[in-house]
Design a protein around this ligand. Structure first.
Ligand SMILES: [Zn+2]
Length: 276
């Protein structure tokens, strides 16, 4: 299955490819109406606007570093995942978007291994049944995901950071794929690069994810970037990922609409690129 992933509402509505993912709510804090008939993406705790307005709501590391966009290693602001008001509002937003159909959750999890050490997280961890912080963090994310999934009419797709090495997702973000698979319908892993002049790393990561989560009861989709790439190269790479994935989606800007039609024509035959 080959799909398109875009922030462009018009392109999302055109039915290019087998399925479409649309960025309805982004890490910038920008929120737009979901599009019918596609997988609408909701940024969970990545929310630069909220962090700019209320810096104290950002997740914090043990050295006091806040997860803000101007901090090394953070490209956007990330709210603490145990912020109760934000969590409640986020679940409301997911319910709204999920009333239209399928939902993809992005920035699901803590923004790094050393997050979050705010007073509230320290208290909640101390009060929890667990004395293992990694276990507690993954329980926070799994419980949230279970609640979110119950609110969505369609399927729920969880985005995973591209590190399939056993234990790394749990350590980094509090994401436990085996636990999440009981609540979500699929995983999506971004494997984005510019031009893909080398592709061994894409194949290695895809193979790693196939080993790590391929046996779970959840589909596995890889996201490729069309930016700066040739149609033949993208089609060849997508074909090589097929054996490790249930689907491939191409992140596409409006200006790359013709390129993606060429890629899909290469993969499926010319008739596939005709707008439905
Ligand atoms: Zn916290």
């Amino acid at each position: 299955m080959y799909g398109v992933l875009t922030a462009d509402a018009d392109l999302a509505s055109e039915g290019v490819g087998d399925n479409t993912y649309y960025f309805a709510e982004r890490v910038s804090g920008a929120r737009r109406d979901p599009v019918d008939g596609v997988v609408n993406s909701v940024a969970c705790w990545g929310d630069t606007e909220t962090v700019r307005e209320s810096p104290e709501r950002a997740a914090v590391a043990s050295d006091g570093t806040r997860a803000a966009p101007d901090v090394d290693g953070h490209h956007w602001g990330t709210v603490c995942p145990t912020d109760p008001d934000y969590r409640a509002a986020l679940l409301d937003r997911i319910a709204d978007v999920g009333s239209v159909g399928d939902v993809r959750l992005t920035t699901l999890g803590f923004p790094g291994a050393d997050f979050c050490r705010c007073d509230r997280c320290e208290r909640l961890f101390a009060e929890s049944d667990s004395d293992d912080r990694a276990e507690w963090r993954s329980s926070v994310i799994t419980e949230f995901t279970a609640e979110a999934a119950d609110l969505v009419d369609g399927e729920v797709i969880a985005t995973l950071y591209p590190d399939p090495y056993p234990g790394h997702l749990r350590e980094r973000a509090g994401l436990d794929p085996a636990a999440l698979a009981e609540h979500v319908d699929g995983f999506l892993v971004p494997l984005c690069g510019t031009g893909y002049e080398t592709t061994y790393w894409v194949e290695s990561l895809a193979r790693g994810f196939d080993s790590a989560v391929g046996g779970l009861d959840a589909s596995l989709t890889f996201q490729l970037s069309t930016s700066g790439a040739q149609a033949e190269r993208l089609a060849e790479l997508a074909r090589r990922l097929d054996e490790h994935a249930d689907g491939v989606v191409f992140g596409t800007h409006r200006t790359d609409a013709d390129l993606i039609r060429d890629v899909l024509a290469e993969l499926n035959g010319p008739e596939s690129s005709v707008v439905a």
